[in-house]
Design a protein around this ligand. Structure first.
Ligand code: N7H
Length: 604
């Protein structure tokens, strides 16, 4: 009756089960203020989503509008409670039934918007005395002002960093230049983003309609005359793609497979951990291969990763908590930076490239695609499946992320005693690949998360520093699918589709920008050229070469088989098939911070 469909979830707590071995006592991990943290940081996981990008025209009217809006913002607690119920129902029925559905709203602000909302530091300092988290925390009124944010990227905004830092096209004629973006560019920067997400398309439309009306109706929810003080700059719809691409992005690859695991509990119960520990061989992982990270990498007010090795175990990931993540303003606790980037995808051109270069170099388009990404379309990692796709592996969350680049994998046998633990002994294990012969150094997943790679680019590249450059990705596709080369109708690529990339972190400079600029765009990462020969290359999915002019040649070192041995050859392209067409740097405050900034009493 109902189609069974794999659902990839962000960390989400299951119903507490007695003696559940995936929930060991973690008393040293912080209790996360889930009633204060906005829900999408933990992960909405909805199939339908709209982002409304707003411009503030009158800060005082906007503050009043926001004051009424705060109770409608979904907390992490609400999202987790829903996910528990959803999973309990699915477990009992064995299939998706759509019995419970939800529509969630979150909100985030640019630096300019927060400057306007925090202009009067004295008033905020006074009002803060009512809030447990802020009371007596700051001595000076300037600690309440947005000016105290320390992240340079956030303060400048994406449009100003696009060309110089992110490598977007310099030419003002180029579509990807921020002058031409549909929102968030030099002429249309957004102050606010409202994220609305739902299980149902109709419910989403209704909710977005209500918000649009509250913006334009000129009256408050109790019917009084009140202007919202904002205009809509852009409205972007996104949705999970229809079958057979459900869960995949437009090029055809399964997305949302690998996410960092989050340390932390959701109640005082020491076993009530946010991320279940499902690898019986490694208590510091969630799913096998998913290293648990200290929450301060993504949410302010919690310990970060240590960032350096423990001298006693120099080759291991240091699992000790590092310093508390702080953003600047007192009210930043339980908030997170949100990077949004509208990336248009030239699906037709990408597939033409795979066909042409594949034929030239003697490998199938599918294998070339897998080398560029590091995973097959099904999500199966080439580290575990080097020559052909294996959809069962791609679909198995206990196995599809269980590999490193520099160490042989270790199989996890099934445990009869603890069936809730993962096993992955039915799939081939990964073999160490120090030379990039299986997964190229420039493959998208090796560039953006090099796992245990060490590099010759800089002495400090290694697993401990790598874990300080992670992203909690929350993107969703936009536009209708296009299926080359198998499209029976041979429709033309309208080009109107892509990924609404979204990611949470506590440092835009060290996380999103670092990944894009220092890793993906950098042909010398992870290894420097040697003897005049390129060793790594650009990430051909998102990497950009902003060396100047309109010629944006990118190079990629590709391993190919020749008579039984693997040779490294260089391939090139000047085509962009992932084109930035919008975006922004935002801060997503806690519920209490929203109350303080909008003039409400504390929510807790
Ligand atoms: Fe990527 N793609 O389809 O090729 N990405 N990405 N990404 N990406 C990933 O593991 C893709 C983009 C990361 O932990 C997968 O979920 C496309 C940006 C990171 O092993 C696939 C676009 C940035 C990971 C894609 C795009 C990143 C990741 C494998 C743009 C950051 C996790 C599935 C249109 C600056 C790596 C998965 C890990 C995975 C694709 C954008 C980063 C298939 C098409 C802008 C950190």
């Amino acid at each position: 009756m109902f189609e069974q469909q794999a659902v990839r979830e962000a960390p989400a707590a299951l119903t507490q089960i007695e003696n559940d071995s995936t929930r060991p006592a973690a008393a040293n991990e912080p209790v996360l203020a889930v009633d204060n943290i906005q829900g999408n940081i933990i992960g909405f996981n909805k199939d339908h989503q709209t982002m409304l990008f707003l411009k503030i025209t009158d800060a005082e009217n906007f503050r009043r509008w926001l004051r009424d809006f705060v109770p409608f913002i979904a907390t992490a607690h609400e999202v987790l409670t829903f996910n528990r119920l959803f999973k309990a129902i699915r477990r009992r029925r064995g299939v998706e039934t759509h019995t419970v559905q939800a529509t969630w709203i979150n909100i985030a602000f640019s630096f300019d918007a927060l400057e306007q909302l925090s202009k009067d530091g004295n008033a905020l300092q006074k009002a803060a005395q009512k809030f447990t988290d802020y009371k007596d925390k700051a001595k000076k009124s300037k600690d309440f002002k947005a000016g105290s944010f320390s992240d340079e990227a956030f303060k400048k905004g994406m449009a100003k960093r696009a060309v110089d830092v992110l490598g977007d096209p310099q030419s003002e004629k180029a579509e990807g230049n921020p002058r031409n973006w549909v929102f968030g560019g030099t002429k249309n920067e957004a102050d606010v983003v409202v994220i609305v997400a739902s299980d149902s398309d109709e419910d989403l439309d209704d909710e977005v309609g209500r918000i649009e009306e509250s913006i334009y109706a000129g009256r408050s929810i109790i019917g009084e005359h009140a202007l919202s003080g904002v205009q809509i700059v852009y409205k972007q719809n996104g949705a999970t793609l229809p079958p057979p691409l459900t869960g995949h992005e437009h090029f055809g690859f399964l997305d949302g497979v690998s996410q960092p695991g989050l340390r932390g509990r959701i109640s005082d119960d020491p076993t009530d951990v946010l991320t279940p520990r499902q690898n019986p061989k490694d208590p510091d992982q969630g799913k096998p291969g998913q290293d648990l990270l200290w929450t301060g990498e993504f949410i302010f007010g919690y310990p970060k990763q240590f960032g350096a090795a423990d001298p006693a175990e120099p080759d291991e990931l240091n699992t000790a908590p590092g310093p508390i993540a702080e953003a600047g303003p007192v009210w930043a606790k339980d908030g997170s930076f949100l990077v949004v980037r509208r990336l248009r995808q030239e699906v037709g051109n990408f597939h033409k490239f795979l066909e042409k270069i594949g034929q030239e170099k003697g490998l199938s388009a599918d294998l070339l695609g897998a080398k560029l990404v590091g995973r097959w379309k099904s999500g199966a990692p080439i580290m575990r499946q080097p020559t052909a796709d294996n959809p069962a592996l791609g679909n198995d969350d206990c196995a599809n992320n269980h590999f490193e680049f520099n160490e042989d994998g270790e199989v996890i046998p099934k445990s009869e005693a603890a069936p809730e633990q993962c096993s992955d002994d039915v799939f081939p294990i990964a073999k160490a690949d120090e030379k990039g012969l299986t997964c190229p150094f420039a493959g998208h997943i090796r560039k953006t998360y090099p796992r245990d790679d060490k590099g010759t680019l800089a002495a400090e590249i290694g697993e401990n520093t790598t874990q300080t450059h992670r992203l909690l990705r929350r993107g969703i596709p936009f536009g209708n699918p296009f299926f080359p080369p198998d499209d029976p109708n041979k429709q033309k690529d309208s080009g109107n589709r892509g990924l609404l990339f979204a990611a949470y972190q506590t440092s835009i400079v060290n996380q999103f920008e670092f990944v894009q600029a220092v890793w993906s765009n950098n042909a010398e990462f992870k290894d420097k050229s040697a003897g005049g020969k390129l060793q790594s290359g650009h990430d051909f999915i998102i990497g950009q070469n902003n060396a100047g002019g309109d010629k944006r040649t990118r190079r990629f070192i590709l391993p190919i088989d020749k008579n039984g041995t693997t040779e490294l050859i260089e391939i090139k392209t000047e085509n962009d098939w992932v084109i930035p067409t919008g975006g922004g740097y935002f801060f997503q405050p806690s519920i209490d911070a929203l109350c303080l900034l909008s003039g409400r009493n504390p929510s807790r």
